[in-house]
Design a protein. Structure first.
Length: 187
């Protein structure tokens, strides 16, 4: 599968889900689904993970004027979406709900519950989009639950992390492959 969720991060995600036992998990930015699958396959019975990703170039490049705009503009989003959907179907995973929408559209269309027990933010990393995700999704996270914020080493995500630290405490960071993920706990 494509994507940047390393084996180490997937195992860490699975161990966290097994320990924390969230009833409702949300992932912003699914791409090919590597981290989404790690969450879904470890959720307790009756729990659900909601995956949000528009799988669209215009949403991926929004807010970027650098090499990210060029790279994401060339990605075959439809192929990546189909790969993700095929793996979910092949594995017969029933506890995943996919919304092919931006994080904003998913909220506007009332697809997101008011109580989230685990949140993985890995969508568009522009300053505007990452701040939107933190400002609008983190308030829905149940106190005491975890928020994973991917690519916290990017300059464009620094403001979002400042906002995140207002209501969440950083517990640790995970460095694997090319990704640095901050693991926070909602106060």
């Amino acid at each position: 599968m494509e994507g940047w969720c390393s084996r180490e991060k997937a195992v860490d995600l699975a161990n966290t889900i097994a320990r924390e036992k969230p009833k409702t998990a949300v992932e912003i930015g699914v791409f090919a689904g590597r981290s989404l699958l790690a969450i879904a396959l470890t959720l307790p019975e009756g729990a659900t993970v909601i995956g949000i990703d528009p799988w669209a170039s215009d949403a991926s490049i929004k807010g970027f004027e650098d090499e990210n705009k060029v790279w994401w503009g060339k990605v075959d989003h439809e192929r990546i979406f189909l790969e993700c959907a095929l793996v979910i179907k092949f594995l017969a995973i029933k506890n995943i709900r996919i919304f092919r929408l931006t994080a904003q559209q998913a909220l506007e269309q009332n697809h997101i519950p008011t109580a989230i027990d685990f949140l993985h933010i890995d969508g568009n990393h522009s300053k505007e989009s990452s701040c939107y995700d933190v400002t609008n999704y983190v308030p829905r996270v149940t106190p005491g639950c975890q928020v994973w914020f991917d690519d916290c080493d990017w300059n464009t995500t620094q403001k979002a992390q400042q906002l995140l630290s207002e209501t969440c405490a950083l517990e640790r960071t995970i460095t694997s492959g090319i990704s640095v993920c901050g693991v926070y706990r909602k106060r």
